[in-house]
Design a protein around this ligand. Sequence first.
Ligand code: MF3
Ligand code: CO
Length: 248
Amino acid sequence: MIPIRNTAEIAKMRAAGKALIEVFETVEPLVKPGITTLEINAEIEKKIISLGATAPCKGYCGYPAAACISVDDVVVHGIPSLKVLTEGEIVSIDIVLKLNGYHADATRTYAVGRISPEKQRLIDVTKRCFYNGVEKIRAGARLGDLQHAIQMTAELAGYGVVRAMTGHGIGREMHEDPSIENYGRAGTGPILREGMCLAVEPMITMGDWNVEISRLDGWTCRTTDGLPAAHYENTVLVTANGAEILTE
Ligand code: MF3
Ligand code: CO
C-alpha cells in the first residue's frame, strides 16, 4: 500500500526536505581534492544534528555512517573512510534525515576539481533522467510512466540503468511502498495519487549496468566493469497536476 500524506504530514515532509537542502548547502563547498570521505561525513552528521534532526542511515541494518559517499565506480552505499578525494573523481553523496518523525532523502553527484567531459556528461544525463521522470508525475499517472522516461533518457544517451537498486516511497519510514525501478513500461504500475511521497533516484552507469556488492564490508556497491556511475535523487510529493520537489 502506498501511503497518502495529509496536509499536516505534508508540512512535515516539506520541513524535512528544507532541512536536507541546508545540509547539502553545507556539504557542497567541502567537496574538493584533499578531503576524506570520513571528514565530509562528520560535517554532514554535525549539520543534521544542529538542525534538530537525526541521521537514520546510521545503524540501519548495521550501516555505520550518517551518509553514503560513493566515488567513481562505486554506485551507491560507499562507506565514509580515510579515502582522500582526488582531482578528476566524481563523488555521490546520499543523505537521509529524519525531522519530527518524517524523512527526506536526496543525492547529488559532485565533480572533484576538474573532471573529464565524459564524466561531466554522465552527471548531466543522470540529472536529466531525474527531471524527465519527474515530469511524468501527477495524480492519475502510472509509476511506469516515470520509470520508462528515466530508462529512455539513460539508454538513448548510451548509458546503463542499474537494476539492483531502486527508488522508493518515503515518509514515516525511510523506505516505503512503492519500489521505484529506474526502468519500466509506460502505462503500467500503480496509479499515482495526490499526497504520495516518492524518492526518485536514477543510478546510471557509463558502461554496463551490472553491479556487485563488496564481500568485505557488505555495502559498497560497484560497477562490475569498473566504469563510473552517477546518482541523482530527490524526495518528491505527487500533486494534482504535477510534482513538488521537496529537497531542492
Ligand atoms: N539513501 C539510501 C536510499 O536511497 C539509503 C541508504 S542505505 C543506508 O535508500 F544503509 F545507508 F541507510
Ligand atoms: Co533513496
